[in-house]
Design a protein around this ligand. Structure first.
Ligand code: NAD
Length: 454
């Protein structure tokens, strides 16, 4: 590890990565590497958790390709020095902000979207002119192996290197002195990463999880609400960090809403046999999820198959904040439905949880929409939709509080791997003597005037 980081730092210090053309070359190399090996990528992810080509394309590769194109298209704009006006006190001078790459970056990925969550931060880091050590999650073994095999055979390891492994290897990596650590995963491991980074004062971005609520009001467009909710929840069998974790529905439409959910799930025909539904990643998660299904509350679904690690899309009715499913992030195909009669009380209840990564509000009332958006703190979200906000690279993506620190995607990703270096570039042909000796009342008065303090 030490040797790898030293070699990357040495390469970084040659200033080669500061050339924008060089960065674009790296992005192109990655783009064609993935495109040319799409079949292998599809096979690996199917082996890991039976994810179909269609879902892998729309929820992983399409986003990665788009990220590369977006970064290439905007790189010159993002990287150019940003001129700002100079304050009167510094006249005559120019002021600007340089975008400086941070150096050697560590990216630690999560397992649930193994390509997108590993490669999107790596793309941002390379675009910003850094070198990258990528540690994908070890849980989907085949996807981790294929990324390591392809990237390590194609890239100079001093620029971009995949290191495979689990806790032991990640711990060893975290002991090294990186210039930036970008972590995607659980809040629990996020704290470990943050502590390790503190030893070297390494800046971190933490993309974590949480229980993301969806509010459904009686005046929502019900057919559209259930259509979008069902897709967002059961995509990847609920193993999505921004999936709606639970629903708070207005009591008066609860029954209608439950029935509409059931009809929509049936319409989508989620089943492993139909190749539109993935399995649970491992036995630990399967058992954790199976325990959340309280048979007395199952409105729809509830069937499980431990051998195939399959859990049917499951709707829990009459759910309460005391239920097992409400004690931690679900991260699986189980959707508890809670009811409310007063939106203020519903918001107060949700606020008792740590700040979630996302929140969704399905309503036609602008008043309720604004209330939720203004009163509840969360990473990001959507109105009358769920999950899809992640696809707009013009919006920073990240959590707040327990759901994360910092954000990325598009320009936010470039900035997250860059240092904003502020420069005052002063002319030498004039100097106001105000700050020098002898100090006097009139000089102080002039300083105040120039700073518009009087
Ligand atoms: P995880 O925290 O278990 O693992 C994430 C990474 O940390 C893996 O690469 C793993 O090898 C490593 N790791 C695990 N234990 C470690 C330890 N003790 N020391 C050092 N490294 C360790 O998370 P996960 O199970 O892969 O992902 C699920 C969680 O991630 C959920 O909470 C989910 O909400 C969150 N998540 C967040 C986002 C986001 O963008 N904010 C995206 C996906 C997942």
């Amino acid at each position: 590890m030490q040797e790898l980081i030293n070699a990357q730092r040495e390469f970084f210090n040659t200033n080669t990565t500061k050339e924008l053309r060089f960065r674009i070359e790296q992005l192109n190399k990655l783009y064609y590497l993935l495109k040319d090996n799409e079949k292998l990528l599809f096979e690996a992810i199917y082996k890991d958790f039976k994810k179909s080509e269609f879902d892998t394309y729309i929820s992983e590769l399409a986003l990665v390709y788009y990220d590369i194109k977006h970064a290439k298209r905007n790189l010159y704009k993002w990287a150019r020095r940003e001129k700002v006006s100079t304050n009167l006190l510094n006249f005559p001078a120019k002021s600007y902000v340089l975008k400086e790459p941070l150096g050697v970056c560590l990216v630690i990925g999560a397992w649930n979207y193994p390509y997108q969550l590993s490669l999107a931060p790596a793309i941002a880091a390379l675009a910003a002119g850094n070198t990258v050590v990528l540690k994908p999650s070890e849980l989907p073994g085949a996807t981790s192996r294929i990324m390591a095999k392809l990237i390590n055979a194609t890239f100079n390891p001093n620029i971009f290197k995949v290191v495979e492994g689990g806790v032991e290897e990640t711990t060893a990596l975290l002991e090294q002195n990186f210039d930036k650590i970008f972590f995607t995963g659980s809040t629990k491991v996020g704290k470990i990463v943050y502590q390790a980074a503190a030893k070297h004062l390494t800046p971190v971005t933490l993309e974590l999880g949480g229980k993301s609520p969806a509010f459904v009001t009686k005046d929502c467009n019900l057919p559209m609400t259930v259509k979008r909710l069902v897709w967002a929840k059961f995509l990847n069998a609920g193993q999505t960090c921004i999936a709606p974790d639970y629903v708070m529905v207005e009591q008066s439409i609860n029954q209608k809403f439950l029935e509409a959910l059931e009809a929509e799930i049936k319409k989508e025909q989620f089943s492993i046999a139909n190749h539109n539904y993935v399995q649970i990643i491992n036995d630990t998660n399967f058992e954790r999820l199976a325990k959340m299904i309280d048979p007395s509350k199952v409105f729809y679904g509830g069937k499980t198959d431990a051998y195939k690690k399959y859990i049917e899309p499951t709707i829990l009715q009459n759910a309460t904040f005391k239920d097992t499913a409400m004690q931690e992030e679900i991260f699986g195909p189980i959707l508890p439905i809670l009811t409310y009669t007063n939106i203020d009380e519903a918001i107060t209840e949700v606020k008792k949880y740590p700040k979630p990564l996302s929140a969704y509000i399905f309503t036609s009332s602008s008043h309720t929409r604004e209330k939720v958006l203004q009163e509840l703190s969360f990473g990001g979200g959507a109105v009358n939709d769920a999950v899809m906000h992640i696809t707009n690279p013009k919006m920073p993506f990240g959590g707040v509080g327990a759901s994360g620190i910092g954000s990325y995607h598009g320009k936010a990703g470039f900035d997250c791997f860059s240092h904003a270096k502020s420069i005052l570039d002063k002319a030498t042909w004039l100097e106001f003597p105000l700050k020098y000796f002898p100090h006097s009342k009139s000089r102080l008065k002039w300083i105040k005037r120039m700073m518009k303090l009087q």
